[in-house]
Design a protein around this ligand. Structure first.
Ligand SMILES: [Fe+2]
Length: 359
């Protein structure tokens, strides 16, 4: 019998087992079919299986996944492993730590990750990518997740714009390295659990120039400039060079949008995270001045189209399907919670927190 690995934190008190449970390797029978999990049994399982996994039959595995009772964070972890996001995040993490320690970017590794992301954008559909981007994250993961997410979002926007493949690859690469200059900013400023002082903010504002300098002049100049100019704004009120309008390249304009989207989705020390629909409404209302309006419109329009019929998890734990997003009220989507989501498609399809009342 084929056994499937499953994290112990997917199990819950009161679960009646429909199949036997074995240890991580499938070699020792731990609990028999029909037994009911008590807290005491769960504690014993966690102690016995220090790796945090047990194994069970395919049927029991599916039943547990489809119950909707497994904690969201654990589901997210398994999901990210399955589609390869975790591996990419680890690669980005190592690129950033090498840069932090050696003040040099491993361009070979960066190009490999760029190619991997490019391939994934072509084969994975929108909800699968945005389930990772929209996921809640730990503060210490912020920089690598952000870089990876901006790379993915840049690539997706490049596809929506029907840009040639080499340009989309540059966009992905620019997303990966746009904030790499932050490795030169002291951690106590970067991760300060409070609003920054004016002097500290000035220090942070140097990071696009650091990114540009860390990308040596043998790196494509379009990528270097996208990194340098991702905080520039069309009205000339950005930084570091305060350039305006056509002086800002298409790659930098796109990176600016992906950067703002991901920054809004993520929790920072000084602000709570927003749900995607809130961020899209802010984009639509023009709450981020100086972005390229034409690109913002395209971004919002495509995001809205792609969120239709996607599974979401509400803040009260219920799972529903986005049925309609009112064009003039993007942050109040109509979500159908009566729909039997387990019957329709892949369990792992997009789950993101929505705080709306379902119908
Ligand atoms: Fe930045």
């Amino acid at each position: 019998m084929r056994l499937r690995k499953i994290p112990i934190d997917f199990l819950w008190e009161g679960l009646e087992l429909s199949g036997d449970i074995y240890n991580d390797r499938g070699s020792v029978l731990l609990l028999k079919r029909g037994e009911v999990l008590t807290q005491d049994r769960l504690d014993k399982l966690s102690k016995f299986e220090r790796g945090g996994y047990i194994t069970t039959s395919e049927e029991t595995y599916q039943e547990i996944l489809n119950s909707g009772k497994a904690p969201r964070a654990a589901l997210q972890r398994v999901y990210e492993e399955a589609i390869g996001y975790t591996a990419l995040k680890n690669d980005v993490d190592s690129i950033f730590s090498v840069t932090r320690n050696a003040s040099e970017i491993n361009m070979e590794a960066t190009e490999t990750v760029t190619k991997d992301i490019f391939t994934k954008i072509k084969v994975l559909d929108f909800p699968k990518i945005f389930q990772c981007i929209d996921a809640p994250r730990e503060m210490d993961e912020n920089l690598q997740r952000h870089s990876l997410n901006v790379a993915f979002t840049n690539g997706v926007i490049g596809q929506w714009l029907k840009l040639p493949e080499p340009v989309i690859k540059k966009l992905v690469c620019a997303g990966l390295v746009h904030d790499i200059g932050k490795t030169k900013i002291p951690e106590e400023i970067l991760n300060a659990p409070r609003r920054l002082t004016e002097e500290e903010f000035e220090i942070i504002k140097a990071h696009p120039v650091y990114s540009y300098e860390l990308l040596w002049d043998n790196v494509d100049e379009d990528i270097r400039l996208a990194a340098r100019h991702h905080h520039e704004r069309l009205d000339g009120k950005g930084y570091p060079d305060q350039i305006a309008g056509d002086e800002i390249s298409l790659l930098a304009r796109i990176t600016a949008i992906s950067d703002v989207y991901d920054a809004m989705i993520s929790q920072r020390s000084y602000k709570e995270s927003l749900i995607p629909f809130d961020v899209l409404e802010k984009f639509k209302k023009g709450e981020f001045p100086g972005l390229d309006e034409r690109l913002v419109d395209l971004f919002v329009k495509n995001m809205v189209e792609n969120y239709r019929d996607v599974k979401v998890q509400m803040s009260d734990g219920r799972i529903g399907v986005v049925r309609y997003i009112p064009p003039n009220d993007l942050n109040h989507p109509i979500i159908n919670c009566n729909h039997d989501v387990s019957q329709t498609d892949d369990k792992w399809y997009c789950v993101c927190i929505a705080n709306q009342t379902g119908k």
